[in-house]
Design a protein. Structure first.
Length: 379
């Protein structure tokens, strides 16, 4: 299989700049794409070549598969990196790249499809022996079935959109009397947001942490992980602070969660960089939440805590097998990522929150600029 020589980055902004910088450091020629609104953007100036693909609206430029593929063909690129957002988790885009003879720097279309469906992904994870929260993943979507299954699972339960993400189509239900209304609103929200009103049920994990594992897979069947990042500080189900290592994860738990993440990725033949997300309960049990089949905004956090993972960029798609975890003790350093957002800290709805304020857990005070630690524990 011929080596990659020219890489088109099908994105903009910070992620495009980061991918371009890494690719150039590895010796690849880089191509940027841009809309009319981004003609003077930094990623356009950083790349070796740049191609205008359409007007400012994303639907007419960065989300236009035909234009993106045409730009790659016109410049002679032999590989395409989707970054995150835009087309990065669309199986149809990965298929279009393959049809055009381009190496898609990401997973195969089937892996994207499996992990894009919450019910199907959990069925696959259960088959692979990855811990999942007890729930209902069936095809029968009538309210009477959900009511019966909720009693079997036990309250409180979570109602979730099968095709969902970002908290949309999700409701926490504490008792049977409010479940029908929750199903109706969740179904309507899921249909409007994703064009798919299918729902699933899960037993609610009370006061969990959100801990995710960075994984890499290659074309030789190898999968490695680079440890965890803790994303428990959130606002409206959106992450505010991510850090590695997690203050709640010791070496033994890290090893078990890492092994589960590797099993999850291997079960679908995963290739490239991805993230396996878990809920970590107060008793130390952890459960598969979902898998993001792409890079994430917070991808540099575990990279900072585990220097030496950069070889994965070159090895995932065309290159030698990924090296197994080195004997270097993880973590080698600390990494932290904070997001800046708009909001009024005086309004309760706009305050960053975290799933349970247990001793040693990091949270944000409404008017604080820095992260404080609540209760005991090392800083």
């Amino acid at each position: 299989m011929p080596a990659i020589t020219k890489l088109l980055v099908a994105n903009r902004g910070e992620i495009a700049c980061r991918v371009i910088a890494t690719a150039r450091a590895k010796g690849y020629h880089t191509v940027a794409i841009y809309s009319e609104a981004d003609a003077d953007a930094l990623h356009v100036r950083q790349a070796d070549e740049a191609v205008l693909i359409g007007p400012g609206p994303a639907a007419q430029s960065y989300l236009n598969i035909e234009q993106v593929i045409a730009a790659a063909q016109r410049t002679g690129a032999d590989a395409l990196h989707p970054g995150y957002g835009f087309l990065s988790e669309r199986a149809a885009f990965a298929e279009a790249c393959a049809a055009a003879g381009l190496t898609f720097v990401g997973p195969d279309p089937e892996a994207i499809r499996i992990m894009g469906d919450k019910a199907e992904s959990k069925r696959r994870m259960l088959q692979a022996g990855v811990p999942c929260v007890p729930g209902y993943l069936g095809e029968q979507q009538v309210d009477s079935v959900f009511m019966r299954e909720a009693e079997r699972i036990g309250y409180p339960i979570m109602v979730k959109a099968s095709a969902g993400g970002g908290g949309r189509g999700m409701r926490l239900v504490h008792e049977a009397g409010v479940l029908p209304a929750a199903l109706q609103t969740a179904r309507s929200e899921a249909q409007a947001a994703f064009g798919d009103g299918r729902l699933l049920l899960e037993r609610a994990v009370v006061e969990p942490r959100h801990v995710e594992i960075q994984v890499f897979g290659d074309r030789h069947g190898n999968v490695i992980h680079l440890g965890e990042r803790d994303c428990s500080v959130q606002r409206r189900h959106q992450k505010v602070v991510e850090e590695a290592p997690s203050p709640a994860v010791n070496a033994e738990l890290r090893a078990r969660m890492g092994q589960a993440a590797v099993r999850a990725a291997a079960a679908i033949g995963y290739v490239g960089a991805g993230t396996v997300e878990f809920l970590l309960a107060p008793d130390g049990a952890f459960y598969f939440l979902e898998m993001n089949t792409r890079l994430q905004v917070e991808h540099p956090v575990p990279a900072a805590a585990h220097p030496g993972g950069g070889h994965a960029f070159r090895s995932c798609h065309r290159g030698p097998p990924l090296r197994r975890r080195s004997r270097r003790r993880f973590p080698a350093a600390n990494g932290r990522h904070r997001r800046v957002g708009a909001g009024d800290g005086r309004r309760r709805a706009d305050r960053p929150w975290s799933s349970g304020r247990r001793a040693g857990q990091r949270v944000l005070r409404p008017h604080a600029r820095e992260v404080d630690r609540v209760g005991r524990g090392s800083g």
